[in-house]
Design a binder for this molecule. Structure first.
Ligand SMILES: Nc1ncnc2c1ncn2[C@@H]1O[C@H](COP(=O)(O)OP(=O)(O)OP(=O)(O)O)[C@@H](O)[C@H]1O
Ligand SMILES: [Mg+2]
Length: 470
């Protein structure tokens, strides 16, 4: 409570005292309210100050944060992002520098990518196989030609060479090249599904100072040339020379021996002389046959050799050749039959070449089928057009290992027997060339003990004529 008293003196009434008393609770309340108001005001002011400070900082650091985000994205490989670069302040300048860097990086990467694609297409377009290994002897590149030559699959990357090409000679070349400053050249022979002869040149990759730890850390590059066909041709050529010499030597020796014997006195003995003259005659004929065949073959194989293809009925040609061979067939005790279609069988052929083909096939059939055999020559129209001539015998047949080779020059199943029968092994290769020059095909089917069938197929005349015009 609060008390107040005042003395009041007047002349008429004397002294009077006025006294009042008031309770203090109202003042306490008012003071409390004033204090609360003050506290709330101070708190709001502090909060506002903090918020304003935070907002100000945020505004100030935003460009720096954007720059950081852009730089991180670029570092992560995303060169498409753009750093903020508006304005003239330092952050804008930094942003522009960052953007220039990323666009230069982008065009450098594109250039590298183009170069890589160009290199890849050059490597894949090469006829030579290319194999590259790294310093740990793991395959890092195998181009398309190499995959074709060696049947190495796409999954060979990262493997060692011996895992994918099992060849000791190749491995030895790689090992030697690894320790040598010279290139190593080897001819390796791959067996298996696709036998191949490959000439390989292995050398060290050029040094890359930034990566290579030492000379032996450098990878290797091996370049492969497929020499399979080349070696085959070389073998054919050497075989050919050997065969020709051998074939020539036999009749030449026989002729010179017979002539020497005649000169040594046999001339005086008419009977003996006749025998030796007969030897000379037979071997001279054989020599002529051989030379004729060789000349025929070299003419036919030369690119300029042209046949005169005329559309004609092949039945008379078949009949003519069968008549020519009839005598020889009888002598060999072989029955020769002709099966021919009713009507004419037109084909575009060279008459002389066609006769030569049929002569060779019928001569072989009657010669190799043996006594008592049957030989049939059949001429029919093909279902899809064209003509099919088959020479069928029921002789001993040809075993599969020889079948694929009998069209090669000088190839004979039984050289001794064939030579005794007057054969040189050139007949079927001449036949094949001639048939192909007449746009036809020839193939053979044979079963040991049952006989052989040689089939010549000639294309339809219309088709050939239109192809000629085209
Ligand atoms: N019908 C056949 N039956 C069995 N073997 C055959 C038959 N035709 C060919 N041959 C075999 O194929 C080989 C090659 O025949 P090819 O006609 O080319 O030569 P050739 O008959 O020996 O000699 P040429 O025909 O030059 O006189 C023959 O030596 C023979 O062994
Ligand atoms: Mg023959």
């Amino acid at each position: 409570m609060i008390y107040a008293a005042r003395r009041h003196a007047t002349p008429e009434h004397g002294v009077a005292v006025v006294r009042i008393a008031l309770p203090l609770t109202g003042i306490d309340d008012a003071l409390g309210r004033a204090r609360l108001f003050l506290l709330v005001g101070v708190a709001v002011a502090i909060a506002a100050a903090v918020a304003m400070a935070a907002f100000g900082t945020h505004l100030l650091t935003r460009p720096v944060r954007s720059l950081t985000e852009a730089a991180l994205a670029m570092a992560g490989g995303n060169l498409a992002v753009h750093a903020p670069a508006q304005g003239t302040d330092e952050t804008a300048q930094l942003g522009r520098a960052l953007n220039r860097l990323s666009s230069e990086l982008l065009s450098a990467i594109e250039e590298l990518r183009d170069e890589r694609d160009l290199l890849a297409s050059i490597l894949d377009g090469m006829n030579e196989g290319v194999l590259v290994t790294d310093g740990d002897a793991r395959i890092v590149l195998a181009n398309r030609a190499l995959r074709g030559m060696t049947l190495v699959g796409e999954g060979s990357l990262g493997k060692s060479v011996i895992e994918v090409i099992r060849n000791a000679s190749l491995q030895e070349a790689l090992d030697r090249a690894d320790t040598s400053s010279e290139a190593i050249v080897r001819e390796v022979e791959l067996s298996g599904l696709m036998p191949r002869k490959l000439l390989v040149r292995v050398s060290k990759l050029p040094s890359r100072k930034d990566r290579d730890r030492g000379a032996n850390d450098r990878g290797l590059i091996a370049v492969f040339h497929d020499v399979t066909d080349l070696r085959r041709l070389e073998t054919i050529r050497t075989d050919f020379v050997a065969n020709v010499s051998h074939e020539l030597r036999t009749p030449v020796t026989a002729i010179s021996t017979a002539a020497e014997t005649l000169l040594a006195g046999a001339l005086g003995e008419p009977e003996e002389a006749a025998e030796f003259v007969d030897v000379i005659d037979r071997h001279a004929k054989r020599l002529r046959q051989l030379v004729d065949d060789l000349l025929d073959l070299s003419k036919i194989e030369s690119k300029n050799y042209r046949l005169v293809l005329v559309e004609q009925d092949v039945i008379p040609v078949v009949g003519h050749v069968a008549r020519l061979l009839d005598e020889a067939a009888k002598r060999r005790r072989v029955e020769l039959r002709i099966e021919r279609a009713e009507g004419p069988l037109p084909a575009r052929v060279d008459r002389r070449a066609m006769e030569q083909v049929l002569m060779n096939l019928l001569d072989n059939a009657t010669k190799y089928a043996g006594e008592g055999a049957h030989v049939t020559v059949s001429a029919q129209a093909r279902a899809g057009g064209g003509v099919e001539i088959r020479v069928i015998d029921d002789g001993p047949g040809i075993s599969p290992q020889h079948l694929g080779r009998i069209f090669e020059r000088f190839y004979r199943v039984d050289a001794g027997r064939s030579r005794d029968l007057g054969g040189t092994g050139l007949g079927l290769s001449i036949v094949k060339h001639l048939v192909e020059l007449m746009n036809g095909t020839i193939d053979v089917e044979s079963t040991l003990g049952k006989g052989s069938t040689f089939t010549v197929r000639l294309p339809p005349t219309g088709e050939r004529a239109s192809r000629d015009r085209g």
